[in-house]
Design a protein around this ligand. Structure first.
Ligand code: FAD
Length: 571
């Protein structure tokens, strides 16, 4: 186990403590160590909204908010995290089924950039890192005569775009005709495309409809819940425009990027599930005295000091249930199984720094209320709605992993409503071991621009539908007697948008925030989907807050200029 840091040596401001106006003197004097938890927390003084002071308010306890909170707390800043739900972790959730603790959202992380691995190591989880079964996933599509056809996904490609359009694995899915049309990409001059923005339009024009519909659309639906026509190429395939220019074709560009990424582009998971990352973060937050308030929804954001840029602090209003609560079948609120008075409590929290780490809807609303002059606040695409259904099965025939690690489903595939299936016990050997002969599969529902097909269905109806889909997709008869348990996890506001124009929208937001003292926005809605994007972004946001806490003179003035801007202007 790696011991948690007492001082963060990676940050230039670490070790300087926090500025006098925010400093907890005893915390600074002793440093904040696991053995000496933040004294403010020990006395209850790190609380907020009830007469106690806090330095940083973090809205949202998904991984972005948790990582940002920990990074701030490591240098002695007093941090309060507000989370609307009763549990933390956001999309990195947990579901308990048939005695198994399973991931209800994210189940892996991309190794690119190395930041997730660094976090995992700092939390002492390196020994739990595991690679998935290399067998890879399959694709299902509408075959002739209303049949479902299925085959392994081509081995070399990106977002379904094949690097070798005439390869056997590609031809098996799109046929000779589709393959020759895709090969035409190699013969077309690259100048005709200029710089591409839409993934779908690029693929259609260079490789034709078969590649788009059979290969690219199912992957876009599975990963982004978005039609490829609406996906911004620079967001979902950074570097592809440049690689195309270098190689003279789309397939050539894909081939080059696949080679470049082969070294560092793997996906890994954690033995025990990705949700153990959240448990480890929670333990560290507790050790560093962070005040995490679940069941507490941030409702308003206001700039203190009359609303002038250059003013000093933020007010967050929040609504909290009286105590951690659960709802009974009749809707009454229970604490430890007992009905309680569920009158919500209004909280007012003031702090010099605020980090918005909630999804787009909440963060945009709060930014709009703070009247920061962000013109695009209303002009943000709405998030996709996805629901996962997890099944635990007694089905020995699945031991042969008939469809590798899972199946992506092309739209219109007969007899199947799901858009993707993961055969979790075939993908992760630790889970197969734990499940002891049982099988875990999870299916995902909800395609871009369509109502979620599970809306309005009862749990029993959903379980029956998922069982039928799993049988069809895995090519194995499954019946109700094999179903040990099933569970639903709905993610209505979870996925980030990678739609065209997203980079410009994020840049415009960053420009507005750069001119404001002590406010940051992070999370997948601005960083991009996936832990490999979310974690480094959250760390950077927290480090800017830490820097400002130590160097308050670096705050922007009323004109939105920082001392560095001003000195550059003078030069
Ligand atoms: C089904 C699914 C599977 C995924 N699989 C993977 C995967 O395998 N690998 C991978 O890298 N990524 C995966 N992702 C993406 C990844 O999980 C997310 O990009 C990442 O977890 C987002 O973290 P976040 O902190 O930005 O947002 P979230 O996890 O959405 O957290 C935001 C938090 O803010 C809270 N909140 C909202 N409003 C308020 C409010 N008013 N006040 C207080 N709190 C509020 C929410 O309750 C939530 O807890 C998956 C996502 C989903 C949905």
């Amino acid at each position: 186990m790696t011991e948690p840091e007492t001082h963060d040596t990676s940050d230039p401001v670490a070790g300087f403590g926090v500025p006098e106006r925010h400093a907890d003197r005893s915390a600074m004097g002793q440093g904040v160590s696991p053995e000496t938890p933040n004294p403010a927390a020990a006395t209850g003084a790190s609380g907020a909204g009830d007469g106690h002071a806090t330095d940083v308010i973090v809205v949202g306890a998904g991984v972005a908010g948790l990582v940002a909170a920990l990074e701030c707390a490591k240098v002695g800043l007093r941090v309060t995290v507000l989370e609307r739900r009763e549990s933390i972790g956001g999309c990195v959730g947990r579901i308990e089924l048939d005695g198994l603790s399973l991931d209800s959202g994210a189940e892996s992380f991309a190794t690119r950039g190395g930041t997730v691995a660094e976090l995992v190591e700092s939390l002492g989880l390196s020994d739990a890192v595991e690679s998935p079964n290399a067998a890879g996933a399959w694709l299902a599509w509408p075959g002739s005569g209303r049949r479902l056809d299925a085959a392994p996904l081509p081995r070399t490609g990106m977002l379904g775009i094949p690097a070798n359009p005439l390869g056997d694995d590609v031809r098996r899915i799109i046929g000779w005709r589709g393959a020759w049309r895709a090969y035409a990409d190699r013969l077309m001059p690259i100048l005709t495309i200029g710089r591409a923005h839409s993934l779908g339009k690029l693929v259609r024009s260079r490789m034709g409809d078969a590649v788009l519909e059979r290969l690219v659309t199912p992957i876009s639906a599975g990963v982004y819940s978005t039609n490829p026509d609406d996906l911004d190429l620079d967001v979902v395939a950074p570097g592809l425009n440049e690689a195309m220019t270098r190689t003279g074709s789309l397939s050539g560009g894909v081939g080059q990027l696949v080679e470049e990424r082969r070294a560092g582009g793997a996906v890994q998971g954690l033995r025990g599930g990705m949700h153990t990352l959240v448990d480890a973060l929670a333990a560290q937050l507790e050790r560093f005295g962070v005040d995490v308030r679940t069941g507490t929804e941030a409702t308003d954001l206001e700039r203190l000091g009359g609303g002038e840029a250059g003013s000093t602090g933020w007010r967050v209003r929040a609504t909290a249930l009286a105590a951690p609560a659960e709802a009974s079948a009749t809707g009454e609120v229970l604490v430890a199984g007992e009905p309680v008075d569920a009158e919500p409590r209004e909280l007012v929290l003031d702090a010099p720094y605020v980090i918005l780490a909630a999804p787009a809807d909440t963060s945009r609303r709060l930014l709009d209320q703070a009247a920061l002059g962000w013109a695009d606040a209303a002009d943000w695409p709405s998030a996709a709605s996805v629901e996962l259904v997890t099944l635990v099965l007694d089905a020995p025939a699945l031991g042969a992993a008939p469809r590798g690690t899972g199946v992506l489903v092309a739209a219109g595939t007969p007899g199947v409503t799901a858009k993707a299936l993961t055969h979790s016990t075939a993908k992760w050997s630790w889970l197969a071991e734990l499940a002891g002969g049982r099988h875990v599969v999870r299916l995902s529902y909800g395609r871009a621009g369509e109502a979620n097909p599970l809306d309005g269905r009862t749990d029993d109806e959903v379980a029956a539908l998922a069982l039928a889909d799993a049988g069809a997709l895995l090519g194995t008869p499954l019946d109700a007697s094999m179903l040990r348990a099933s569970g639903r996890s709905a993610w209505r506001d979870a996925l980030s948008q990678a739609t065209i124009g997203q980079r410009d929208r994020v840049r415009a937001l960053e420009d507005v925030l750069a001119a404001e003292p002590g406010i940051e926005a992070t999370g997948s809605w601005v960083a991009g989907t996936g832990l490999a994007s979310v974690i480094p972004h959250a760390l950077e946001a927290a480090r800017r807050i830490r820097h400002l806490a130590v160097n308050p003179g670096d705050a922007p003035d009323a004109a939105g200029e920082t001392p560095r801007d001003r000195s550059e202007g003078d030069a």
